[in-house]
Design a binder for this molecule. Structure first.
Ligand code: PHE
Length: 343
């Protein structure tokens, strides 16, 4: 048996597998259930007791040697096969191409225009309370916007006369209130953010959308200032020569209130489907801050006046890029998003 073991030891030591398959064959030949080593262990049972210790050691040594040979040669195959691929790992990677979401692009462009006019970006929470979204903005308790149909409530207050409801903000005007509460005069903020309304999703409406709010409070701020700032914004964003018009409107927190239209940037005012053949498209609500709002936030309306405006980012993006379905902004279809990749 001793000679047998020695012969096998020599045999395996000179073994060199030229493929993974050959190595596997080698393993089967020696180490599998019906392999040489198992056979030897069967023979080992007949070995005379005084030889047992030595033979056992030799046999185990042989087994371990074979296992080492397999492990060692297997490693070589691993590195060899990696080296064989035609990938050149030293080449620089192709620049990763990503695209910003159109709403982010538009938001930043709008922010930039107002930043250059001295506005600073402000933020407020999306989960708000009744006070900041409605009460402080002069919404009467029975105003339809407060209704379940419009607002997503997180929790309703038990006392109807003292609304402490927690809700998802329905407009970014809540940030106006927070700015007035916290800031020293003058206030000049722009507040982009997500808003929520309980509306059925369609091409023209969504339960989540984005707004940008503006608020400017200082001494002697007038409607003429509001018009000039918004006129400047429109020229910058939609191009020189874009016309604006203001239509009287109503918001509980502004007095005078207006809606601003621009001449349709798609047909140039000639009339098309987008402007419903009127030549004008509405882009935002605005107005002079109601003195009651200032008072509620401890700002003296005899000393200070201000204006506010709010626009939907989706609406601006739809006009700018001629997108006709609001849902596209939320579906993340790559065919849509890829169009906003920078060349
Ligand atoms: N918050 C109003 C809306 O969501 C827009 C608005 C903002 C109007 C500021 C006037 C002043 O419709």
């Amino acid at each position: 048996m001793k000679e047998k073991i020695e012969k096998i030891l020599e045999e395996v030591k000179s073994f060199h597998a030229d493929s993974k398959e050959a190595l596997e064959q080698f393993r089967i030949q020696y180490l599998s259930k019906k392999g040489t080593i198992t056979e030897l262990f069967t023979e080992f049972k007949q070995v005379a007791p005084e030889m047992r210790k030595e033979m056992g050691m030799r046999l185990n040594e042989l087994k371990n040697t074979i296992q080492d040979i397999i492990d060692e040669q297997y490693k070589q195959f691993e590195t060899k096969s990696e080296g064989k691929t035609d990938i050149d790992l030293s080449l620089p990677v192709e620049a990763m191409k990503g695209a910003r979401h159109p709403l982010s692009i538009v938001r930043e462009e709008i922010n930039d225009i107002f930043r250059r006019l001295g506005f600073v970006v402000a933020e407020g929470p999306e989960v708000e309370d009744d006070f900041h979204v409605f009460a402080a903005l002069n919404f009467p308790p029975d105003h339809p916007a407060r209704d379940m149909q419009d607002t997503f409530f997180i929790s309703k207050s038990p006392n109807e006369n003292k609304p402490t409801d927690v809700l998802l903000r329905t407009h970014t005007s809540s940030v106006q209130v927070r700015a007035m509460e916290n800031n020293k005069m003058p206030i000049r903020i722009i507040a982009p953010g997500r808003v929520f309304r309980n509306e059925a999703i369609s091409a023209r409406a969504h339960c989540i959308f984005h707004q940008i709010e503006g608020l400017y409070i200082d001494k002697n701020v007038s409607f003429a200032d509001l018009k000039q700032v918004l006129y400047h914004f429109v020229q910058e964003y939609f191009g020189e020569g874009t016309k604006v018009r203001f239509r009287p409107s109503y918001f509980p927190f502004t007095e005078t209130s207006a809606e601003m239209d621009i001449s349709c940037n798609i047909c140039g005012g000639e009339g098309c489907n987008i402007c419903k053949h009127t030549g004008w498209v509405e882009i935002m609500g605005c107005g002079i801050c109601d003195p009651n709002i200032l008072k509620a936030c401890n700002i003296d309306p005899e000393q200070y006046t201000g204006f506010a405006f709010g626009m939907g980012i989706e609406r601006i993006a739809m006009l700018k890029y001629q997108i006709n379905d609001l849902r596209l902004f939320f579906e993340n279809d790559l065919r849509f998003l890829k169009q906003f990749e920078k060349a």
